[in-house]
Design a protein around this ligand. Structure first.
Ligand SMILES: *[C@@H]1O[C@H](CO)[C@@H](O)[C@H](O)[C@H]1NC(C)=O
Ligand SMILES: *[C@@H]1O[C@H](CO)[C@@H](O)[C@H](O)[C@H]1NC(C)=O
Ligand SMILES: CC(=O)N[C@H]1CO[C@H](CO)[C@@H](O)[C@@H]1O
Length: 739
């Protein structure tokens, strides 16, 4: 055995030396100017992002299998620090956060892993993946040459690398991890902050290299990545990208398959033709690693979504939020991957020869002694072209690439979609046509009451809640003295409230006076409305609601949430009152949260109104019901279209924030796939809910008596909530244009 192994190792070293410019004795994963080299072989690697916490562990094997059948070689994931270290030194790697299990499942499927440790991940994820406590470490500044930050980042990175090593998951140990990433899209930030940014980049690279994983590190969007690290491209098109030295392969780590959805935004999509075109363009220009961001986007369960991000992270990916193939995108790309693999021997052997075939037409030919593959491209977005190549003629649709694995026969054209589209239906589950609801009205707290504390002036929300809840109450009394008069008789005074975000409900004497909310583009909000006040003491209760924490931008950790003022009352005789400096009482969270109403035991501690007494269209109300699971394995969702804004739990699991009342802004125009996507995303759903359906993972359900609890902030009719099955059906006619 021993002897055998030594023989193999010897042969293996021989291969490395003859097929690559770098002759490394130790590394089994290396690279040269053409490609990543695994066990001595240059590889064209097709990769796709699947973020483990955005699906359930029960879904992972199927998602990975479908990725494999879709022709991928690599699964790429970020590592989500705030899921793994909820409080300092307290680690969590269970359930959806079982990273080792996820990596091992990828290995069992015979695929590789690209582990993007970050630990900054952006990712439309709460605080960009950083734990909220990190923000409150004394002297902290994120992502710069800051000692407390570097210490924390190093500790977590070491923790993850240590775990992976212990489980023997790096390729050099026989595991599936062939690449790791440190930091994430730091180039633009470094450019803004200058010297400390440069020092931090250097430090991060050295720190990562020091961990000796045996596999290459990459940094994406980092032109000045230190030489030991590979700089890679993120974007819609990357074919003109150049890595940070001539001996680095051309790698594309984020090829956007669509785009994320924000609450209040339209739903973006990217046609299959355009993404196939971008991939073919990248490969024909010598690219050798591409990653689909996302291959499966999934769901921002619980409160994991970043600022104003929808609960769905579908991303218009080849596998939809529910794990079903999105057609024709999934199959059109699968065919592309097969054809690229046919070209692999030629692609890894030589650099392409590029010749012009017309005004906007080119041939990229990879011709070695033993193989020849050609890519014929038409960059004209409006016109088809007939070109001559190697003595034959080829018809190229606008904005397309034809692939000829043997330099003769067209096996594939990126614009010729030969897959049927499928229509998706959300069908009511027959046994659950109408749920029977109970309701519980949330208590509006009073100042100086249990669970409140008092301070002069207004306080920042997250510094107090530490993001344990979305909800934070600002409470005060407005006393209208006997001698106080309203400026104009019969006219109510005007209350104006400035908040740093994200949503606000204003209660006067226990009644909802109004709501206000911001958006991803402008999280700040202003509430300005006339309110009814009576002589004597009036109770003002402001419920400030966070909708995820920012995940991107220069020093985004300094961004605020909550009512920071000014708060003014105009229209009283004695002049405008500035209430910002008043004494305010504060309360963290709702009573229902404190009682754990989302659980079976918690929900039994209060009395729920039933039958005709059930609250209808009331703000700040809890609803509960039970339902049985439907047989079969079609994915399930809740149709929340009759509701406003809030959160939903099923059997104690938070399925995310719902906000169907936030309609998609703007007017969507039909999007032609050819050439437009770079400047203008293709958008759908304008005027409708940004998100109507909310994924309910099957593994969270029991056969019967599933508890569903809804916290509704605005109002809405729970009788409209229904459980639906997601089904897909082939559309007979072929469509050239796909969504
Ligand atoms: C595309 O082709 C048409 C027809 O040949 C031509 O008029 C147009 O200028 C071309 N567009 C570009 C961008 O080259
Ligand atoms: C405050 O809470 C304590 C302990 O739970 C309870 O005994 C007391 O009655 C409460 N006070 C009010 C005003 O609700
Ligand atoms: C800055 C930024 O957007 N970064 C990212 C690139 O692509 C997706 C956007 O959907 C993010 O998740 C990345 O982190």
């Amino acid at each position: 055995m021993g002897l055998n192994l030594r023989n193999k190792a010897w042969i293996f070293l021989g291969i490395i030396c003859c097929s690559s410019l770098i002759c490394s004795v130790k590394a089994m994963v290396t690279y040269d100017h053409k490609a990543v080299i695994i066990n001595g072989q240059r590889r064209i690697l097709l990769s796709g992002s699947i973020h483990y916490p955005r699906s359930t562990a029960e879904m992972w094997p199927d998602l990975i299998q479908k990725a494999k059948e879709g022709g991928l070689d690599v699964i790429q994931t970020y590592v989500f620090w705030n899921g793994h270290e909820p409080s300092p030194g307290q680690y969590y790697f269970e359930d959806r956060y079982d990273l080792v299990k996820f990596v091992k499942l990828v290995q069992q499927a015979g695929l590789y892993v690209h582990l993007r440790i970050g630990p900054y991940v952006c990712a439309e994820w709460n605080l960009g993946g950083f734990p909220v406590w990190l923000k409150y470490v004394p002297g902290m500044a994120f992502r710069t040459d800051n000692e407390p930050f570097k210490a924390a980042m190093q500790k977590f990175t070491e923790k993850i690398v240590g775990m992976m090593k212990e489980e023997k998951l790096f390729e050099t140990q026989g595991g599936p991890i062939i690449l790791s990433q440190i930091e994430n899209e730091y180039g633009p930030i470094e450019w803004e902050i200058g010297a400390p940014g440069k020092a931090y980049t250097k430090w991060a690279a050295q720190m990562a290299e020091g961990l000796s994983t045996g596999v290459p590190w990459i940094m994406c969007k980092q032109d000045d990545a230190p030489d030991s690290i590979i700089n890679t491209c993120n974007g819609y098109y990357c074919e003109n990208f150049k890595p940070n030295s001539d001996n680095k392969p051309k790698m594309w780590t984020e090829n956007w398959t669509g785009w994320f959805t924000e609450f209040g935004g339209a739903v973006p999509y990217r046609p299959a033709e355009d993404i196939a075109f971008s991939v073919a363009r990248f490969i024909q220009n010598g690219g050798s690693f591409i990653n689909y961001y996302m291959y499966h986007g999934g769901t921002n369960f619980d409160r994991t979504a970043g600022e104003f991000m929808a609960t769905s992270y579908d991303y218009n990916a080849p596998l939809d939020e529910y794990g079903l193939p999105r057609e024709p995108k999934y199959s059109h790309l699968t065919k592309l991957h097969k054809v690229i693999k046919l070209c692999e021997p030629a692609l890894v052997s030589v650099d392409p020869t590029v010749t012009s075939l017309g005004d906007k037409q080119e041939a990229h030919v990879f011709k070695s002694k033993s193989s020849c593959s050609a890519f014929l491209s038409n960059y004209n977005a409006s016109s088809a072209a007939r070109v001559s190549f190697g003595g034959s003629t080829y018809d190229l649709p606008p904005w397309s690439v034809s692939i000829l694995p043997n330099c003769k026969t067209e096996y594939y054209n990126t614009a010729k979609v030969q897959v049927s589209a499928r229509s998706i239906h959300m069908k009511m589950v027959p046994t659950n046509t109408q749920l029977s609801w109970g309701s519980y009205s949330e208590e509006i707290p009073s100042p100086n009451y249990n669970g409140t504390f008092t301070k002069d002036g207004l306080v920042e929300q997250i510094s107090i809640t530490r993001d344990k809840t979305d909800y934070f109450w600002y409470l005060t009394d407005i006393t209208i003295g006997a001698d106080e008069k309203f400026l104009k008789t019969g006219e109510d005074p005007l209350l104006t409230i400035e908040s740093a975000g994200h949503a606000l409900s204003v209660f006067v004497n226990g009644q909802l006076a109004g709501t206000a909310y911001g958006s991803l583009e402008k999280p700040k909000l202003t509430f300005s409305q006339k309110i009814k006040l009576t002589a004597g003491v009036n109770k003002l209760a402001l419920l400030s609601i966070a909708v995820g924490l920012p995940n991107v931008g220069l020093h985004y950790e300094t961004r605020n949430t909550g009512v920071l003022g000014p708060v003014t009352l105009e229209g009283v005789n004695s002049g405008t009152w500035d209430m910002s400096k008043w004494k305010w009482s504060y309360k963290i969270g709702t009573k229902g949260e404190a009682l754990s109403l989302h659980t079976v035991t918690g929900s039994s501690t209060v009395e729920w109104k039933e039958g005709s007494l059930v609250a209808k269209k009331q703000p700040l109300t809890w609803y509960k019901s039970t339902f049985d699971t439907t047989a079969g394995n079609e994915p399930l969702a809740l149709d929340m279209n009759t509701m406003g804004k809030g959160q939903v739990w099923i059997n104690g699991q938070n399925i995310g924030r719902h906000w169907p009342a936030y309609k998609a802004r703007g007017k969507c125009e039909r999007c032609s796939y050819a050439g437009t996507f770079n400047e203008k995303k293709c958008l759908s759903n304008c005027g409708e809910a940004s998100q109507r359906w909310y994924h309910v993972p099957r593994s969270w359900l029991k056969p019967s008596a599933n508890l569903i609890v809804v916290l509704e902030e605005w109002g809405g009719d729970p009788n409209g909530i229904s459980l639906v099955r997601r089904t897909s059906k082939k559309i007979a006619s072929e469509s050239i244009f796909s969504g």
